[in-house]
Write a protein that binds this ligand. Sequence first.
Ligand code: FAD
Length: 388
Amino acid sequence: MVKKVLIVGGGIAGLSAAWACAQRGMAVELFEQGALPNPRSSSFDEHRVIRHAYGRMAGYTRLMPEAYRIWERLWAATGRSHYEPCGTVVFLRQDDDWYDVVARSLDELSIDHHEVALDEVSTRFPMIREDGLVRVVETGGAGILFPIPILTDLVVLLGGLGIGLHSHCRVDEVDPVKGTVRIGSTIHEGDVVVVAGGAWADRLVSDLRPAVLPSRQAVLYLAPPPALAEAWSKAPVMIDAAAGGGLYALPPRCGTRLKIGDHSFSRRGNPDDDRFATDLDLERLWGPARTALRDFESYTLLERKACFYTVHDREEFQVRPTGPRGWVISACSGHGFKLGPLMGELTARAITGEMDPETLPPIAAGRAIDMAWNIEVPVIAGSTDLTL
Ligand SMILES: Cc1cc2nc3c(=O)[nH]c(=O)nc-3n(C[C@H](O)[C@H](O)[C@H](O)COP(=O)(O)OP(=O)(O)OC[C@H]3O[C@@H](n4cnc5c(N)ncnc54)[C@H](O)[C@@H]3O)c2cc1C
C-alpha cells in the first residue's frame, strides 16, 4: 500500500497530483526548485485556453468532460472559480476538413458549434483581417483559465491539507526503483516518486529524450488601439489558422492583458535561460500576427516574453511509470494546462490501483476513444493543427 508520495515540480501537474494523492489519504512531500508558484514554470501565466474542440486529436476531446469535472472540484475546494466561459472562434484560412472532424467530436458531447457567416466578421470581430478567410467557426465548451490565481490557490489549499511544500529545493536525482529523491547529500524516502518537472523533466527522467524536447516559445502582451479596445474586451478566445502556422489571441479579461502567441514549436532552448523574448524568438510570430490582425502595427507592445514547454512530435502527453516506484507526468505540448488536474488525478488513481496503471499511458496520450477510455484510435491525418 502506498503511504507516502514524493512529487518533483510545483507546476499545474505536480500540484494537481499532490492534491489528488492527499485526497486519498497519502502523505505528500512536494519539491520545487523555485518559488511556489514558480514564475519560470510553464504553468505560470495570465491565461490559458481550455476547450473541447481538439481537431484531429479526438481522444483529447473525449477527456475534456472529465477534465472540466476536476476543475469544478478544484473551484469547490478552494471556494472560487478562475474560469471565464467565453467560447472560441476559429478563423480558417485554408480549405480542409478540420471543421467536419471537430463537428463530429463536439456533437458526440453535445457541445455547441456553428459557422459564422463571412459577411458578419467585420461587425462581430473588427480586429480580424477578412481577406483570405475561408471559414469561421464558433464553438462553446471553451474559455479562459487564469493560472496565476489557480496555482496560488492550489498552493494555499495544499498547505492547509498538511502537504510538505519545499520551495527553492532542486532535486538532483530520483530513484524510481526505491521511490527516493536526492537533494545534495540528503535522501528523501517515499513509496512512490512522481516527476512533474515540466521543461526540466528530462534531466531527471533521461529516457524522455529524444522524443520529448524542451521548446522555447514566445508570446506578446499588447494594448489594442483605442478604437478596438471595447471589441477586444468582449472577444472570445480567437484562433487564426493559416497555412504554415497560425496565431492565438487571448482577450483581456478579469484583470489580464491581451496576449498573442503562435503554435509552431521552436524545439530549442534551455529552460534555465531568461524569459525575455529575443528577435529570434519572435521572428515566427510577426507573419501570423499581420495575417490575422487588422492594423497590427497600431497595437502597443507591453511585454515580449519567452516561455518553455516540452514537446513531443505527436503532441502526446507522457504519463507513465518510470520504474516500480516511479512515475513521470509530462505534458509534451502547448495544451497541458487544461488537462493538468485530470492528469494529476489519473496518476493518483494509477498509484492507488483504482485504475490499471497500464491503461493510463495511452489515455494520457489522447489515444483513448470511447467514454470508457479503452479503445485506441490514431490521430486523423490532416494539415490544420490547432491543439493548444
Ligand atoms: C506560451 C504558452 C502557452 C500555452 N498555452 C496553453 C493553453 O492555452 N492551454 C493549455 O492547456 N496549455 C497551454 N500551455 C501549456 C501548459 O502551460 C503546460 O503544458 C503546463 O503548464 C505544464 O505544466 P507542468 O506542471 O507539467 O510543468 P511546469 O508548469 O513547468 O512545472 C514544472 C515545475 O517543476 C519544477 N522543477 C523542474 N525540475 C525540478 C527539479 N529538479 N527539482 C525541483 N523542481 C523542479 C519547475 O521549476 C517547475 O516549476 C502553454 C504553454 C506556454 C509556454
